[in-house]
Design a protein around this ligand. Structure first.
Ligand code: SF4
Length: 487
């Protein structure tokens, strides 16, 4: 890392710490950037709110956005300062990034900024050559969207996907890491709590371990009114069988050295059920729970084909109106705000993240509904000016008081799905900062930032003491490792 680059990153961490400490009104730079490399996809996963062929309104969902692939070169002049100061770039959005024909070139460009790069993928396009490239370029993490322990379980959900090919993609990454003697990219898997998935969760963990996976993130299944066929496929983490499966899966994960992160799956249903049980089981986005429409896993692919044919025929009879066009406007100051209790966990995204969509619009995070409002766009301003601009600042000011702009956060807050400030996130922030700034031996900077975030958690005194102690040990361990590396 060049001295100039290191100084820019250190400035970002210092400014984030000063902001969180109350010394400055705003952080000078975002720590993380999201780049929506693509918002199109070549799979049609059954549970996807946009591309699922089970959704009779699929065409409308697709047309509700301008779709395509990001032209990073055209944005770069206005993004350059942010990229130089960022620590992390998430090179994906709500689409498949690896179908971008210049994806490798895009990653090469980003790698020049000395950032930690990660992306989500379905994994169908990671062949041996791509895997070698990802390892060589030092990509930090690749997260596969994957569930199921058999061809049938996978291919009836991830429609268009190939079970063997995705497992081979994980193998390519794993063997390249070994060949090049590198620890990255970390291989993560985003798995969904379908009933069949939970039934065989210990087998799934073992399968993932066989293919070099480092961590599995188990998420609840989001169900929608528009895809009733999936309603009964959601599992209840509170059930006896599920509890047992989770326990066994954690045991397998421990034995096989895989991280199984199931907290979101386990916690989410509790939150949904506490809302008067409207949703019944699982996490439902809509008003109805049409359990009677649930169809067996093995019939899903055929049902998807049928629905797609019917939708096509309906469109032939009544061609759709002009695609919806949204003119995104900067979020007005006078906007309705939603207030959460001061005890509700804080969303920290707008304090550290900037999301750029492929049309140049900027949101404070990937969850915000940016179809009507944004907090700025690259057609009108430099990226740094958007980060410092009033719409973005107003969102940060509001969040400090636990108020959220309804226009952007409504769905996210309703689903309680926002990234909450929790100890795990603070620790992962610490690890990221130390990784990116390794040449600077940034232990004190990273610890300071982590401690300040930890204070926002408002922990009891004893917990804060333990946390400080743990951070201190991490600091000592990391500093000693740095010294050893330098010998
Ligand atoms: S509450 Fe959700 S939509 Fe709003 S800023 Fe946080 S993550 Fe984004």
């Amino acid at each position: 890392m060049s001295a100039e680059s290191a100084a820019a990153k250190a400035e970002t961490v210092r400014s984030a710490a000063a902001y969180l400490d109350g010394v400055s009104a705003d952080p000078a730079w975002p720590l993380e950037l999201f780049l929506e490399v693509s918002n199109i996809c070549d799979l049609k996963c059954a549970m996807c709110p946009t591309f699922s062929p089970l959704n009779p309104k699929r065409a409308d969902s697709i047309q509700s956005e301008t779709r395509g692939l990001m032209d990073l070169e055209s944005f770069e002049p206005r993004l350059d300062a942010l990229l130089r100061h960022a620590l992390v770039v998430h090179a994906f959005g709500y689409g498949e990034p690896t179908i971008h024909p210049r994806f490798k070139a895009l990653l090469e460009r980003l790698a020049r900024y000395d950032v930690w790069i990660d992306f989500f993928t379905h994994g169908m396009h990671i062949d041996a050559e791509m895997a070698a490239f990802l390892v060589e370029r030092g990509i930090g993490r690749v997260t596969f969207s994957f569930s199921g322990v058999s061809k049938e379980e996978y291919e009836n959900i991830y429609l268009g996907g190939d079970f063997a090919r995705v497992l081979a993609a994980m193998d390519h990454l794993q063997s390249e890491r070994q060949r090049q003697r590198r620890a990255t990219p970390e291989i993560h898997v985003n798995a969904i709590g379908f009933e069949h998935q939970i039934r065989r969760l210990p087998d799934f963990v073992a399968l993932m371990a066989d293919h070099g996976v480092d961590a599995i993130h188990l998420k609840p299944l989001d169900t929608y009114d528009s895809i009733p066929e999936l309603h009964g496929h959601a599992s209840s983490p509170q059930g006896d069988f599920e509890q047992k499966a989770l326990q066994q899966a954690h045991e397998t994960a421990r034995q096989r050295g895989v991280w199984l992160l199931s907290r979101e799956y386990e916690a989410f249903e509790l939150a949904a059920e506490s809302k008067a049980g409207r949703a019944g089981q699982g996490h439902h986005k809509g008003d109805r729970l049409l359990r009677e429409s649930t169809i067996p896993l093995e019939n899903l692919a055929a049902r998807a084909r049928e629905t797609a044919e019917q939708a096509k025929a309906a469109r032939r009879q009544a061609p759709p109106a002009e695609p919806m066009r949204f003119s995104r406007e900067p979020l007005p100051e006078e906007t309705p705000w939603m207030r959460l209790s001061s005890k509700a966990p804080l969303c920290i995204e707008p304090l550290k993240t900037l999301y750029l969509d492929l049309n140049g619009n900027i949101k404070p995070c990937c969850f915000a509904d940016g179809r009507v409002y944004n907090v700025g766009d690259l057609a009108r301003s430099e990226g740094k000016a958007v980060w410092d601009g009033d719409p973005f600042r107003n969102v940060r000011r509001a969040l400090e008081q636990r108020r959220y702009p309804a226009a952007l956060c409504k769905y996210c807050i309703a689903a309680v799905s926002y990234p909450k400030l929790m100890p795990g996130r603070v620790l992962s922030l610490f690890v990221t900062v130390t990784r990116v700034l390794r040449p600077l031996r940034p232990w004190s900077l990273a610890s300071r930032l982590a401690l300040i975030y930890a204070r926002l958690l408002k922990p009891p005194k004893g917990a804060l003491f333990l946390y400080r102690y743990a951070t201190f040990l991490l600091w000592v361990g990391a500093a000693m490792r740095g010294r050893k590396d330098n010998r």
